[in-house]
Design a protein around this ligand. Structure first.
Ligand code: UD1
Ligand code: CA
Length: 475
């Protein structure tokens, strides 16, 4: 391949009307990354000299996202003239005298991969083309521009769906919106493109007919796997593309040694990492920068966002965000781990337990029906069933500190700020309002009182009274 300079232009100025969304189309997430993030990664993999993104609709939101997702992308603002042709014309103006190959891709075609683009670029360079278009044969060409060829099969022009004659609508070969152009030829042709069409837009696609008419070599390369260039224009296509990408991600993990019982109900974001011999059970959603170490089991019915799961840990029917679950720890079933939860090695967060901003030390357990917030628990301690940290006094949040080898009784309230020191115990039903010294037993003193004969006096003739009477007789 010759080493002509290469520029990539990403089109992202359109309104995305068919999404019917207040969010810009290219910012809708797919596999945890805004749609345009996938396109930016592909562009970067081509290693171009320049990358430009054309924006207009929701300009700042789109430009900010691009800056966050990728380095060194120049933003070009589209003006009042609508259309993909105008977008590229302004990008060329920003390229200021650039003479080389210009790859044009769309922000709404997220599955396009760098191998496919390299293929198009090689054909373009080897064929000495002024314009090369990636086309595809699809079952339903609705909405796409059609590739018009003469009877010899030579590529003549692209006609947009809305401008197509009835016989052109029958064409199954569509324009994918992916192109390579010689910069000079493109600049000259775009200057001649008008807006006299069904949409009143300056179409990029019109340059093909102009170039072909002027004797330039133009080519359309048919992509066999048409899903690679599926465009996202509405929410139906968004779901289709998301499912396709997810299937590829799941398969990639399977081939790398991860057991995934049910690919159809397992959703894994692009940035998630999973080590071999981990097992993912059905109905599991792994989002963001979640990482899962070797031999851990996650699921079924579990959602993890930006979580770390250590070796051999088990996470069952759990919802967790920004939590760290260390090696050999167990979580669930039915646990809710909110940001800042750290469960150290061998620890346990059990059934119907909610945690937030809390460090549960090595081997410590919160097994049942509890809320633990703004708390540190030392090592090998056990928090009794039904324990609530009262961490909020209506004004501010306060911390709770539980030491190591502590045993707290069932149905406790820890009224923060409060400390329960190493080796201490608390009795069932204790409301811990004052610090508990190391090795002490804390209990709330309120003696139990039994009023004998109360049922016979107040509930005479009831089943309870009869049962009590029978018990007395048999004593
Ligand atoms: C476009 C093509 C069509 C092709 C299809 C493939 C044209 C005229 N048509 O149609 O032949 O089959 O893509 O997916 O090019 N954009 C701008 N500025 C604008 C208008 C659009 O930057 O003024 C951007 C959009 O944000 C989008 C891309 O260009 O990323 C394509 O625009 P869209 O309106 O989706 O074009 P299609 O109708 O899909
Ligand atoms: Ca489109």
């Amino acid at each position: 391949m010759t080493d002509a300079p290469l520029a990539v232009v990403i089109l992202a100025a359109g309104e995305g009307t068919r999404m019917k969304s207040s969010t810009a189309k290219v910012l809708h997430p797919i596999a945890g990354v805004p749609m345009i993030g996938h396109v930016l990664s592909t562009a970067a993999a081509l290693r171009p000299t320049r990358t430009l993104a054309v924006v207009r609709h929701q300009r700042d939101a789109v430009a900010d996202a691009i800056a966050e997702l990728s380095d060194g992308v120049d933003i070009v603002d589209q003006d009042d003239v609508p259309g993909t042709g105008r977008a590229v014309e302004l990008a060329l103006a920003a390229l200021d005298g650039f003479d080389g190959d210009v790859v044009v891709i769309s922000g709404d075609v997220p599955l396009l991969d760098v191998e496919t683009l390299f293929g198009l670029l090689s054909e373009h360079r080897e064929g000495g083309h002024s314009a090369s278009v990636l086309s595809a044969l699809v079952d339903d060409a609705t909405g796409y521009g059609r590739i018009v060829r003469d009877h010899d099969g030579s590529f003549l022009k692209i006609v947009e769906h809305k401008d197509a004659a009835a016989h052109e609508l029958d064409i199954a070969e569509i324009n994918s919106g992916t192109y390579v152009f010689r910069a000079g030829a493109l600049r000259d042709a775009l200057a001649k493109v008008g807006t006299a069409n069904a949409q009143g837009e300056k179409y990029l696609t019109d340059v093909i007919e102009l170039l072909a008419g002027d004797g330039h070599a133009v080519g359309a390369t048919v992509l066999v796997e048409s899903w690679i260039v599926a465009g996202v224009n509405d929410r139906v296509q968004l779901a289709e593309v998301s499912a396709r990408l997810n299937a590829m991600i799941v398969r990639g993990h399977q081939l790398a040694g991860v057991t995934i019982d049910d690919p159809a109900t397992t959703w894994i974001d692009r940035a998630v990492s999973i080590e071999p011999d981990a097992r993912i059970l059905p109905g599991t959603f792994l989002h963001g920068a979640t990482s899962i170490a070797c031999c851990a089991t996650v699921g079924p019915e579990t959602t993890l966002r930006d979580c770390e799961v250590g070796q051999n840990a088990t996470v069952t029917r759990t919802d967790a965000t920004l939590a760290v679950i260390e090696a050999n720890a167990t979580v669930g079933p039915f646990s809710y781990l909110r940001p800042g939860t750290v469960l150290a090695e061998g620890g346990k967060i059990g059934t119907f337990v909610e945690t937030k901003n809390s460090h549960i030390g090595r081997g410590s357990k919160v097994p049942h029906l509890s809320y633990i917030g703004d708390t540190t628990v030392g090592e090998e301690s056990n928090i009794g069933a039904g324990t609530i940290t009262a961490n909020y006094d209506g004004v501010a949040k306060h911390p709770t500190s539980v030491g190591s080898h502590v045993r707290t009784g069932s149905h406790n309230v820890f009224v923060a700020p409060v400390t329960i020191a190493d080796g201490a115990y608390t009795a069932a039903g204790t409301v811990v309002r004052r610090n508990v010294p190391a090795g002490s037993l804390a209990m709330t003193v309120g003696q139990q009182k039994n009023i004998e004969g109360w049922v016979a006096n107040n509930r005479a003739g009831s089943a309870a009274a009869e049962a009590a009477e029978n018990t007395k007789e048999s004593e």
